[in-house]
Design a protein around this ligand. Structure first.
Ligand code: ZN
Length: 397
């Protein structure tokens, strides 16, 4: 979370930028500046840089448009989307639950690449309209480029890059959009989401390994079908392949785990008879009696048995030690109105989507206003471990 920059929100969706995106920003600006220097030696460096930065910003807006398309269709289909994160390989929409049907999955997935391709064609047309005509460019691109105005050069750069972005995302490996489209197809036929995810994720891993192996071959000097040759492209390909491979495994595990937790009540995972701490307890007393000498790091805070909030080791270590004497537990806890406590009868798969659980790794369980248990991250892992033999997941990797 710390590595992300919050930019604002659109349609109730938070837009964040991961700092890794700055690398892409710098690379694109640098690359474009070199390109402009060759094609338009008459442009000054300040002007070239200004144009390159504008191109990077417009590219950023294009990736955002792609993600917004996914998010808006998901929201339209009743799935909550809390935020979009742009990072080094593009963007991720935080679509909070799986689509309800194969058709919904197809619609949510296809709309992103479609947006990129339509944007790309739009930019190309704009480039044509602001210059000497698209047919001239297509027939003799090199000689025409040097005659182009800054604006049409910009459009002719944004066009192909958006089309490439759209096509890349159509590669049928989960969790890329194309992999999701493949999953929706298998899902429509088999009616089995786990099986479909497995097939799409297996395709994702196969394609990822093709990227990695091709990249390595390119680094040692080979010419590879589709990708060509070159050390930098090779390293980049290995990098993308590695990311895709990990993403394919992680996204399959998530579906697998959600499935394993489904139809199990929260009560079978939670620890009951948990220690609680009173709202009025001085913080220094809480540290000495609860934190030190115990392996519990998170405590529900209660007043007359009712949940007031939750306090964890992190809340304590955030403060200077001289403030421990001044404060009470109730003053530094995360208050109950910021928690989404679980119900013991609730489906355990909900734990994974729970915001409090994601943030602090623990979530109180409440029945009729009274605290009846606590679910910790270790409890979920332990439960999963007991549910399936260890090699179950290893086979998938
Ligand atoms: Zn997409």
């Amino acid at each position: 979370m710390d590595k992300e920059l919050y930019l604002g929100s659109i349609f109730g969706i938070k837009i964040n930028v991961d700092l890794s995106w700055l690398i892409i920003f710098a690379l694109i600006t640098w690359d474009l500046d070199n390109f402009f220097a060759v094609v338009h030696p008459d442009w000054g460096i300040t002007f070239r840089l200004l144009l390159s930065v504008s191109a990077s910003v417009l590219f950023f807006a294009s990736v955002l448009a792609h993600e917004l398309a996914h998010s808006l269709v998901a929201k339209r289909l009743g799935i909550n989307v809390s935020r979009i994160v742009l990072f080094i390989f593009g963007g991720v929409s935080n679509i909070e639950s799986e689509p309800k049907s194969a058709k919904d999955e197809f619609l949510i997935s296809i709309v992103g690449p479609l947006t990129s391709i339509i944007l790309g064609v739009g930019f190309l047309l704009l480039g044509g309209a602001t210059s000497i005509g698209i047919s001239n460019i297509l027939s003799a691109p090199e000689s025409m480029l040097s005659k182009m105005s800054p604006l049409s050069t910009l459009f002719f750069w944004l066009g192909p890059i958006n089309i490439t972005l759209g096509l890349f995302n159509l590669i049928p490996g989960f969790p890329l959009d194309g992999g999701r489209i493949l999953r929706s197809g298998v899902w429509a036929v088999s009616k089995n989401l786990t099986l479909s995810t497995y097939v799409a994720s297996w395709m994702g891993r196969t394609i990822a390994w093709y990227f990695i192996i091709s990249g390595v071959l390119m680094v040692i000097g080979f010419n590879v079908p589709i990708f060509g040759s070159g050390v930098i492209s090779g390293v980049w390909l290995v990098f993308i392949g590695w990311f895709l491979k990990n993403a394919a495994i992680a996204s399959f595990e998530l579906v697998y785990i959600k499935n394993a937790l489904g139809n199990t009540p929260v009560s079978s995972l939670m620890r009951s008879n948990i220690p609680t701490v009173s709202y009025d307890t001085p913080l220094s007393k809480f540290i000495n009696t609860c934190i030190i000498g115990s392996d519990e790091y998170t405590y529900p805070v209660v007043k007359n048995g009712r949940l007031q909030g939750i306090i964890s080791l992190d809340d304590v270590t955030k403060l200077d030690s001289d403030e421990w004497k001044k404060n009470k537990v109730g003053e530094v806890m995360t208050p109950a109105n910021k928690l989404e406590p679980l119900n013991p009868k609730e489906d355990a798969a909900d734990i994974l989507d729970n915001q409090t659980f994601q943030n602090i790794g623990s979530i109180p369980v409440v029945q009729n206003g009274k605290v009846v248990g606590l679910v910790n991250r270790q409890d979920v892992l332990l439960w999963l471990k007991l549910q399936r033999p260890d090699d179950n997941l290893k086979n998938l990797q």
